[in-house]
Ligand binder design. Structure first.
Ligand SMILES: Cc1ncc(COP(=O)(O)O)c(C=O)c1O
Length: 438
């Protein structure tokens, strides 16, 4: 009888990160979680399902076809492709996106899986920034793709990136694609400047590789001007990977991939569709109808659909920044960034903070913050944490940062704030968490 081998790709730590994030709150119900990048529970409004469905059904205007379209097997590539192409024209100036080059997927996670399957049939190297969202590194490892991690500082600097890539190529390794979250990355909230976007595309053209552009946080900018999507700068070099997890809600599992346009577009789309038909047959038509209907209701604009959410998240970001300034006023060794968007603040500590410290902090100080090191293949970020402000109330942010401040004081041996000091607020926080289903 065969046995499960002792060492396998399933032992890779990055394969466990998403599961860990999904289970942490349940394991520490007494703690406030700043760990997961879930959108605000309050934005996950079930009324959107009915509204989207009703609007899409009105748009179809033929009751018989509604039944077939929504309840039968349906087209592999999707049924709302024209509506999505129109959204990309309205919000991104992508003009024209050929609806036939677009495959509707079950979230970003399936979209990137299909893109990797289409790209890596003959091997090659996938470049990823480091640290990075484990959704990309985990699936790439599972597909046995060779992943080369680029330190984030190198990734953001065009000259350093060019040098890094030529070193990889000189080793005889062929770069096939680079993964980028140009706007407000996960976990560090870094963004690519306009010049860095252009330069990365120049390098991709010169070295003949593709860009996998992940737009998950693109619609969550709190200050400054929007930069163009990389797909808008060069539609032939980019697989554009969309997710509605944050911009509508994640339970729909809705996303898409737009193939590189140009002469090879039909071949890329055929590869994506073949892979899709074997991975999940097609994306649930009901979920597509909800997204299509909500786009129809909002003049095809996710910017419009998310205006109130963006304002609410901006308030949370600002408040967390205020709380951090108060909590760490006397700790010059602690620093953090001020992200212009996204769901995360990156905080640097003067000591190591890994999974063991996360647990200790959750149990003794009743706050969960996530170690950046768990997102790194290079062993970087061991003194950094990711603080998520998206799915906590302002009051929870205040208490959580106070508790984390007390933890840091204790680690640094100057613990005037104690772990028990904030017990009086426990009932309030527990009641809020129960209300919010967190
Ligand atoms: C960088 C990044 N991309 C994509 C996603 C969303 O993926 P999906 O649409 O599969 O939920 C997330 C969610 O956490 C993310 O952080």
């Amino acid at each position: 009888m065969s046995t499960i081998s002792e060492s396998s790709v399933f032992d890779e730590p990055v394969l466990n990160v998403i599961h860990l994030l999904n289970s942490l709150t349940g394991e520490h119900p007494q703690a406030i979680s700043l760990a997961s990048g879930r959108p605000d529970d309050e934005q996950c409004d079930p009324a959107l399902i009915e509204r989207g469905l009703a609007s899409y059904t009105r748009y179809l205007d033929q009751p018989a076809s509604v039944a077939t379209l929504l309840c039968q097997y349906s087209a592999t590539a999707g049924i709302i492709n024209e509506l999505l192409a129109e959204h990309m024209r309205v919000d991104e100036g992508l003009c024209p996106v050929d609806p036939d080059c677009l495959v509707v997927c079950q979230g970003f996670q399936e979209a990137v899986t299909l893109a990797l399957l289409a790209l890596f049939d003959k091997g090659g190297v996938l470049l990823v920034p480091d640290p990075v969202f484990s959704g990309i590194t985990g699936i790439a490892k599972l597909l046995k793709i060779e992943v080369v991690a680029v330190p984030m500082a190198t990734f953001l600097d065009p000259r350093a990136l060019r040098h890094f890539i030529s070193t990889v190529q000189c080793q005889g390794r062929k770069v096939r694609a680079i993964y980028a979250i140009p706007d407000f990355s996960n976990p560090t909230a870094d963004s690519l400047s306009f010049d860095a976007r252009q330069a990365m595309l120049d390098i991709a053209r010169a070295c003949d590789f593709y860009v996998l552009e992940d737009n998950a946080y693109r619609y969550f900018r709190y200050e400054g001007d929007r930069l163009p999507a990389m797909k808008a700068l060069d539609s032939e070099r980019v697989f554009y990977l969309g997710s509605f997890a944050k911009s509508i809600f994640p339970g729909l599992r809705m996303g898409y991939v737009v193939a590189p346009q140009g002469v090879h577009a039909p071949e890329w789309t055929a590869r994506l569709c073949k892979s899709k038909s074997l991975v999940s047959v097609h994306t649930p038509a009901l979920c597509q109808a909800v997204v299509g209907g909500l786009l129809l209701d909002n003049q095809f604009s996710l910017v419009q659909l998310n205006a109130a959410r963006v304002a609410a998240y901006a308030r949370k970001r600002d408040y967390m920044l205020e709380c951090l300034a108060q909590a760490f006023a006397d700790q010059p060794g602690v620093s953090w960034n001020r992200p212009a968007g996204g769901f995360f603040i990156n905080l640097k500590l003067p000591f190591e903070f890994t999974q063991a410290q996360m647990k200790e902090c959750a149990i003794a100080f009743r706050v969960i913050v996530f170690p950046v090191a768990l997102f790194s293949l290079l062993g970087h970020g061991t003194r950094e944490v990711r603080l998520s402000f998206s799915n906590v109330s302002l009051e929870q942010i205040r208490v959580a940062i106070e508790r984390f401040g007390a933890y840091v004081d204790t680690q640094l041996g100057c613990g005037s704030r104690s772990a028990t000091e904030h017990h009086a607020t426990d009932d309030l926080i527990r009641a809020e968490q129960a209300d919010r289903g967190a």
